[in-house]
Design a protein around this ligand. Structure first.
Ligand SMILES: NC(=O)c1ccc[n+]([C@@H]2O[C@H](COP(=O)([O-])OP(=O)(O)OC[C@H]3O[C@@H](n4cnc5c(N)ncnc54)[C@H](O)[C@@H]3O)[C@@H](O)[C@H]2O)c1
Length: 249
C-alpha cells in the first residue's frame, strides 16, 4: 500500500503544488482545505496525472474538525505517513491599526492549526515509529512591516518545529520547516491588490531585490517539501530551510 500524505490548505497555491508533487512521488494524498468541494480541482489534476488523492474538508483551527479529518483519512487510506502544515491566511496591518481579530485569526490558522494537525498526525506516526512533518514558515519570520501577527506566527512555527523534532525524533519522526520567500499565488496577488499595485509590477519589484532575480513558483516549495518527505532527508530534523532565491541574505 502506498504511503499517505495529509496536506493542509491544499486546494490551491503552494499546497496544491505540494500535493501534486507528493502524489508524483508515490504518496496517496489527502487534499485538506476549508471547503471540501474546493479541493476537487487539485484532486482531479492528480488523478489526471495518474496519482491518487482524496478531498477532505477540514478547518485546521478547529479541534473537532481536525481530529475527524485525520480519523477519516487514516480509516480510508490506512495510515498517516507525512503531514504538510501549509494552510495560511494574512491579516496584514500596521500595529496601531491591527485588531484583536486580525491577530487571533492569524495565530489560530498558522500556530493553532499546525499544533492541532501535528498532534493528530503523531497519534498514527508514533505507533508506526515513522513519519515526516513539514511546517510552513516564511521569510516574514525575520521581520516584515505590516505583518506583526504573521511574522510572530511564522517565527513561532520555527520554534514549534525544533521542539517537535526533539520530542518526536525518538519515534523516527522527522520534523522540519520550509520558509518561502515571494511565491506567486493568490496570497501574493491579494497583497498586491491591498497595497494598490498591479500584481505583475509587484512581482517585478520582488524579483529585483532577490539575488536569483526572480520570484518563486509553488513548485519551488513543493520540490523542497518532497525532499523533506523522502528517505533522502532521513537524518535532517528540526531545520527551517529558506526557499527564497536568497532574499533574506
Ligand atoms: N505565497 C507566498 O509568497 C508565501 C510566502 C511565505 C509563506 N507562505 C505560506 O505558504 C502557505 C501557503 O500559501 P499560499 O501562498 O499557497 O496561500 P493561498 O492563499 O493561495 O492558499 C492558502 C490555502 O489555505 C487555506 N486555508 C486558510 N485557512 C484555512 C483553515 N483554517 N483550514 C484549512 N485551510 C485553510 C485556504 O483556503 C487556501 O486554499 C501559507 O502558510 C503561507 O503563509 C506563502
Amino acid at each position: 500500500m502506498s504511503k499517505v500524505a495529509f496536506v493542509t490548505g491544499a486546494a490551491r497555491g503552494i499546497g496544491a503544488a505540494t500535493a501534486a508533487r507528493l502524489a508524483a512521488d508515490g504518496f496517496t494524498v489527502a487534499i485538506a482545505d476549508l471547503d471540501e468541494a474546493a479541493c476537487k480541482t487539485a484532486v482531479d489534476a492528480i488523478a489526471a496525472a495518474g496519482g491518487q488523492a482524496i478531498a477532505v474538508g477540514c478547518n485546521v483551527s478547529d479541534e473537532a474538525s481536525v481530529d475527524a479529518a485525520f480519523e477519516r483519512v487514516a480509516a480510508e487510506l490506512g495510515s498517516i505517513d507525512a503531514l504538510v502544515n501549509n494552510a495560511g491566511v494574512l491579516r496584514d496591518n500596521l500595529l496601531f491599526k491591527m485588531s484583536v481579530e486580525d491577530w487571533d485569526t492569524v495565530m489560530s490558522v498558522h500556530l493553532r492549526g499546525a499544533f492541532l494537525c501535528s498532534r493528530a498526525a503523531q497519534r498514527y506516526m508514533v505507533k508506526q515509529k515513522s513519519g515526516k512533518i513539514v511546517n510552513t514558515s516564511s521569510v516574514s519570520a525575520l521581520g516584515s512591516r505590516g505583518q506583526a501577527n504573521y511574522s510572530a506566527a511564522k517565527m513561532g512555527i520555527q520554534g514549534f518545529t525544533r521542539t517537535l523534532a526533539i520530542e518526536l525524533g525518538p519515534y523516527g519522526i522527522n520534523v522540519n520547516a520550509v520558509a518561502p520567500g515571494f511565491i506567486v499565488t493568490d496570497m501574493t496577488d491579494a497583497t498586491a491588490a491591498r497595497v494598490g499595485v498591479d500584481p505583475e509590477d509587484f512581482r517585478k519589484a520582488a524579483a529585483e531585490i532577490t539575488p536569483l532575480r526572480r520570484v518563486g513558483k509553488p513548485e519551488d516549495i513543493a520540490n523542497v517539501v518532497s525532499f523533506l518527505c523522502s528517505a533522502d532527508s532521513s537524518f535532517v530534523t528540526g531545520q527551517t530551510i529558506y526557499v527564497d532565491g536568497g532574499r533574506k541574505l
